[in-house]
Design a protein around this ligand. Structure first.
Ligand code: SAM
Length: 262
């Protein structure tokens, strides 16, 4: 192997190809040089959502700015399940947690939705997007989902893409259990919609059901908090019609089969 296993993994926006140096910004340089205390020549993994994962070597252009020279492409870019998470935003700390976990669970797009009972009037997109990047780096994803600006429910429905099936997490008992609904949706463009802490207001569920491509899904007999419901719904989707059906993480498939000699 031309380059050793990486000590850090970073999302970059620049294109990645062999030998084409990637200059890092102040924050990422600080993270590698001061926080991780990596030295010249240290191995760092890069991904940009287009060119797969590259391992490269760190070179310091001075105490404050670092650059990476990509050496070897370790993974080609792969298609990931196309699952949007549409959610009524919840309070500060929990929305950060929700975004991080949704990224780990493979959501391809995060869409905050203002419903009648949504208690949060605005979301800090920069902070949420930074959470998404960090979660993608940590979970070894090859892409980072966008956290889109919040829209009102009416707008979301008016502009809904016809080819995408909307799955409403319906706590009122009107939904099918995941095992009965999801297996027939393999390969489809999907979205999960989670209501606010106070649930969907009367008429909202009917309004949403007015869409041509919509299904209602139950998440069992208990009332889940909105963040729990979002993660439970995404987990069911990945398990029954997403990429959890493919077994071990593809990038570690060869390692996981290794006999550890015990
Ligand atoms: N309406 C609930 C109540 O009166 O306690 C609260 C809503 S719940 C906290 C927030 C959202 O999570 C719901 O709108 C729904 O989308 C989802 N959810 C919670 N429990 C669920 C369940 N058992 N089945 C389906 N969705 C659920």
């Amino acid at each position: 192997m031309e380059v050793s296993p990486p000590k850090a993994r970073l999302f970059v926006t620049q294109s990645l190809s062999k030998g084409v140096t990637v200059m890092l910004g102040k924050e990422q340089s600080h993270y590698l040089l001061q926080v991780m205390r990596l030295k010249e020549g240290a191995s760092v993994a890069l991904f940009n959502g287009r060119d797969g994962e590259w391992w490269g070597r760190l070179s310091e252009a001075g105490k404050k700015s670092a650059s990476i020279e990509p050496v070897q492409q370790m993974r080609a870019q792969q298609a990931e399940p196309d699952i949007w998470l549409c959610f009524a935003p919840i309070k500060h700390g929990r929305i950060d947690f929700l975004v991080q976990k949704a990224v780990e669970l493979g959501a391809s797009h995060l869409q905050p939705v203002e419903t009648k009972r949504t208690i949060v009037s605005r979301v800090n997109l920069d902070r949420l997007q930074a959470n998404a990047v960090e979660a993608a780096e940590q979970s070894e994803r090859l892409s980072v989902p966008e956290v889109a600006p919040m829209v009102k429910l009416n707008t979301l429905l008016a502009e809904w893409p016809a080819e995408r099936l909307l799955i409403i997490a319906d706590e009122t008992g009107g939904g099918l259990p995941p095992h009965a609904l999801l297996p027939e949706l393999i390969g489809q463009k999907l979205a999960v919609l989670i209501g606010p802490e106070g649930g969907f207001a009367p008429g909202e569920l009917q309004q949403i059901s007015g869409l041509k491509s919509v299904r209602r899904m139950s998440l069992g007999p208990r009332i889940l908090r909105a963040d729990t419901a979002a993660l439970a719904a995404l987990s069911c989707v990945q398990a029954l019609c997403g990429d959890w059906r493919d077994g071990v993480p593809s990038f570690r498939g060869e390692e996981s089969g290794e006999d550890d000699g015990e």
